[in-house]
Design a protein around this ligand. Structure first.
Ligand code: 13P
Length: 255
């Protein structure tokens, strides 16, 4: 099995001012003495990116944006370009979160353009996929995941697939307290990896880090992390307080 460094990523969504985010990053950096064997990422809103990067300094915390636009510049009011994010020393960018797909109508084609643009600017995409409850109940989970994975990775080279991050976030588990069981999450993540192997090749897909997201909390993270294909978590609610996020980062100590 490939050696994949786990990631604990906090998606702050539309929470925290720049000042609050910077204070969080400073405190987290101080309190996480030396979190070996895990990469720690927080994703503030655009307005908080610069302050978070500055607060992170040379410490352990990496910063992600929550979205990106694919054009480099131009008449696109309200959008933020890949080079603007790269210029801030942001490392990751979340793309195609279910809230962007559902509330803002983002399509697989748009996700693919954003993923390509992020890679072009030297950013690491965290591409989100996941079925809604009705799709799972109708037995269409794999069909949906396949469409999202193949759609979002169009034209990618094997090495790019190996270096991207994918987050499996079943929509019915987001913000509901209904975490997927470790078995359900593992099954879906293994399926995603099998599709990535088709896009690239098995060796490259074995290097892609795939996270689980959806009501991950300090008391269920260890079970989720025991699954062989799951390489970390993308966390909303439980990433907003330093204490709970810190215990997620230290999940190994709970096993
Ligand atoms: P919750 O952890 O609040 O369920 O949110 C998950 C999520 O959407 C992370 O991107």
């Amino acid at each position: 099995m490939a050696d994949r460094l786990p990631i604990m990523a906090g998606n702050w969504k539309m929470h925290k001012t720049a000042r609050e985010g910077a204070a969080f990053v400073e405190q987290l950096t101080d309190e996480l003495a030396d979190p070996e064997g895990v990469e720690v990422v927080v994703a503030p809103a655009f307005t908080g990116l610069q302050a978070a990067v500055e607060a992170a300094g040379e410490g352990v915390v990496r910063v992600a944006a929550q979205d990106i636009f694919w054009e480099e510049s131009g008449a696109y009011t309200g959008e933020v370009s890949p080079s603007m994010l790269a210029d801030l020393c942001v490392k990751y960018v979340i793309i195609g979160h279910s809230e962007r797909r559902q509330i803002f109508g983002e399509t697989d084609e748009e996700v693919a353009r954003k993923v390509r643009a992020a890679i072009g600017a030297g950013l690491v995409p965290i591409m989100c996929v996941g079925e809604i409850e009705a799709e799972r109940e109708e037995g269409r989970t794999e069909q949906v995941l396949e469409r999202q994975v193949l759609g979002g990775t169009q034209g990618m080279a094997p090495e790019e697939v190996a270096e991207m991050v994918v987050a499996y976030e079943p929509v019915w588990a987001i913000g509901t307290g209904r975490t997927a069981t470790p078995q359900i999450a593992q099954e879906a993540v293994a399926f995603i990896r099998s599709r990535l192997a088709e896009v690239a090749d098995p060796a490259s897909a074995a290097r892609t880090r795939i996270l689980y997201g959806g009501s991950v909390k300090p008391d269920n993270v260890a079970d989720i992390m025991t699954q062989p294909d799951i390489d970390g978590a993308l966390v909303g609610g439980a990433s907003l307080a330093v204490d709970s996020f810190k215990s997620l980062v230290r999940y190994e100590r709970r096993t």
